[in-house]
Design a protein around this ligand. Structure first.
Ligand code: ADP
Ligand code: MG
Length: 348
């Protein structure tokens, strides 16, 4: 059950400790590794914005005193690439909405925009050209020695972190080819921040290029969104070959979380037939096929507004499909954490 905390409760907790809004934000930032400020605390208290899950959970656990227990330890993150070499199958929309649901569940989430088109960056409300002008994009982290910490930014009211991208990433393939182990640079950079997050989601470009291979080299999991139409399905075998190459050469632990059918319209015969084909493909390859995400105008609206559609309307069509993916990820994360704890206690 998600924790909730009203603005009035939060204010009571702050005032009971005699803290002003900035001091309270500073304590939360220390405990939760966030970047909240006085204005943010004020918006929560007045009810202009909802208190994030992570904050509600932490304050409830500490009885309202952010310093009462040590900070909640995140990491190591589960890293998931969302890939399909076909464009327009809702990779970016899926990354953004799954990130939102994971953040709602109190998880610390980083989205890395691996596409030179910067669609995830735009969808999260950031203008790629501005970040490019400041030399603060993935391209600058990978090839120009920008510190990843300086480039990661907080978006969606502090609930999600973003490593933005811009058109300058278009040269990534030749950069990768010119460097020794170029396709492992992204993995090394992710390693630097892996302990700080529960999940890192990689939004991949619509081609099986070196940057996509770099994302696969760096990932634990792959999610394959596929539209329920013929051309989308036809690309999946090639994608699976690429996955097998990456598993054989660099990353044997890479696993497929599942296929996510997207842009589904149950009234169309073709969509229903292709969904059956996808389910068959899932059975043959031993992959889970998630419930299909229905079409809804809320998704393009979310892109347009620069925020996740499910933040605008949590009950939108398709919400339960994205929730199924988020739940599967949380289950895996919890299982990984209890394995780690068990290992630590046997070594203690
Ligand atoms: N469930 C949906 N219903 C309607 N439109 C959608 C849905 N999901 C995505 N879209 C729209 O489809 C287009 C492609 O989505 P996008 O996530 O950018 O795909 P990709 O990243 O695979 O290229 C965008 O205009 C997006 O707003
Ligand atoms: Mg995209």
């Amino acid at each position: 059950m998600p924790e909730t905390l009203s603005g009035a409760e939060l204010r009571q907790m702050r005032e009971a400790r005699n803290l002003d809004q900035q001091a309270f934000a500073d304590l939360l930032n220390d405990a939760l590794d966030r970047k909240y400020d006085k204005a943010k605390i004020s918006r929560w208290e007045t009810g202009a914005e909802r208190v994030p899950q992570l904050v509600a959970q932490h304050l409830k656990a500490t009885g309202g005193n952010p310093t009462a227990i040590p900070s909640v330890k995140a990491g190591p993150a589960l890293v998931m690439a969302v890939i399909n070499q076909k464009g327009g199958v809702a990779k970016t929309v899926s990354v953004v909405n799954i990130a939102h649901l994971l953040a709602e569940a109190g998880k610390r989430v980083l989205v890395i925009d691996c596409d030179a088109q910067g669609s995830a960056t735009i969808h999260l409300g950031i203008y790629p050209a501005d970040r490019d002008a400041e030399k603060l994009t993935l391209n600058h982290v990978l090839f120009h020695r920008a510190a990843i910490d300086q480039v990661i930014m907080s978006v969606c009211d502090g609930t999600i972190d973003l490593l933005p991208s811009s058109i300058s990433l278009a040269r990534a393939d030749s950069e990768i080819n010119h460097r020794p182990n170029g396709a492992l640079i992204l993995r090394a950079k992710i390693q630097e921040v892996k302990e700080r997050y529960d999940f890192i989601l990689l939004d991949c470009p619509p081609h099986l290029s070196q940057i996509t291979v770099s994302a696969l080299n760096a990932s634990d999991l792959v999610l394959i969104p596929s539209q329920t139409e013929t051309l989308s399905l036809m690309g999946i075998p090639l994608l699976l070959e690429t996955l097998a190459d990456v598993q054989a050469l660099v990353n044997p632990a890479l696993r497929v979380l599942g296929i996510l059918p997207t842009l589904y319209d149950a009234r169309r015969t073709q969509d229903r037939e292709r969904l059956t084909d996808l389910e068959e493909m899932g059975r043959q390859n031993g992959f889970r096929v998630f419930p299909p995400v229905s079409r809804s105008v809320i998704y393009p609206k979310g892109v347009n507004d620069g925020r996740p559609a499910l933040a605008i309307d949590p009950k939108a069509a398709g919400a339960e499909s994205y929730q199924a993916v988020a739940d599967a990820l949380v289950d895996l994360c919890d299982a990984q954490r209890s394995d780690l704890k068990a290992k630590e206690s046997t070594h203690a």
